[in-house]
Design a protein around this ligand. Structure first.
Ligand SMILES: C[S@@+](CC[C@H](N)C(=O)[O-])C[C@H]1O[C@@H](n2cnc3c(N)ncnc32)[C@H](O)[C@@H]1O
Length: 218
């Protein structure tokens, strides 16, 4: 299924070429999480597993790292992958071919097609890539909320630019990625994230590790 991409959002996903994806896991999940963002990847996998349900929709799939590493609550989960970037969709789908995932090429900031209802929706490391302020990028919550089943959970993680203890590596990387348009998180804070989630969901949990906010909302 392919849906109009909304060209103005392209900076947030255009960077993920097959070449970049070939070293993405090493750079982000092995090196940057530990030395720049100070959020252990194992903790992110725990967060992911804690909220995974069936059926699951993953939005902004990258290489499919978390989908591959996490244990699903059922042996044969129904998984849908949604991303405007074909390389990401194909890479993640190959990685978890054992689950025979469905692929949806779509920009999650734009109106989405009818995809059914999901017990969980994962949004890992996507918000900091989206253009605009937290208030404007939070439109993604409005797009995804109607896809949640009763009692379903939207969960994820995002890198914030409000950490006074951010180290020199984090500050340098954050500046570089923002200049390139790969990140747009100069104005992202935990307070703003919490405000936008609470506007839309009854139950909101946010925990913090270094520069990373881990959230869940239902
Ligand atoms: C930093 S990667 C995160 C990949 C993966 N979730 C992870 O944590 O390893 C950001 C992902 O979000 C996707 N993305 C960026 N803008 C998007 C949008 N508007 N709608 C849906 N996905 C988007 C990118 O194509 C990419 O797959």
């Amino acid at each position: 299924m392919t849906v109009d991409r909304g060209a103005e959002h392209e900076a947030g996903y255009a960077a993920y070429t097959p070449w970049v994806l070939s070293f993405y896991d090493l750079l982000v999940h092995k090196v940057s999480n530990r030395f720049a963002w100070r959020c252990p990847t194992d903790l992110m996998i725990d967060h992911y597993e804690q909220h995974l349900a069936d059926p699951h929709l993953d939005v902004g799939v990258g290489t499919g790292f978390f989908l591959d590493k996490a244990r699903f609550p059922v042996p044969e989960p129904r998984v849908t992958l949604l991303d405007p970037n074909r390389h990401c969709l194909d890479s993640a789908a190959r990685r978890i071919a054992r689950y025979q995932p469905s692929k949806v090429a779509a920009d999650a900031l734009a109106p989405l097609p009818e995809l059914g209802r999901f017990g969980s929706i994962g949004l890992l490391y996507v918000l900091h890539c989206l253009p605009g302020t937290m208030a404007s990028k939070a439109v993604i919550f409005d797009r995804l909320k109607p896809l949640l089943a009763d009692g379903g959970t939207l969960f994820g993680a995002t890198i914030l630019d409000d950490d006074e203890d951010a180290n020199a590596v984090a500050r340098a990387l954050m500046g570089f990625y923002n200049r390139k348009g790969i990140f747009s998180n100069r104005e992202d804070s935990q307070q703003a994230l919490e405000l936008e989630l609470r506007r839309r969901f009854e139950r909101v949990e946010i925990s913090r590790e270094g520069c990373v906010a881990l959230f869940a909302a239902s």
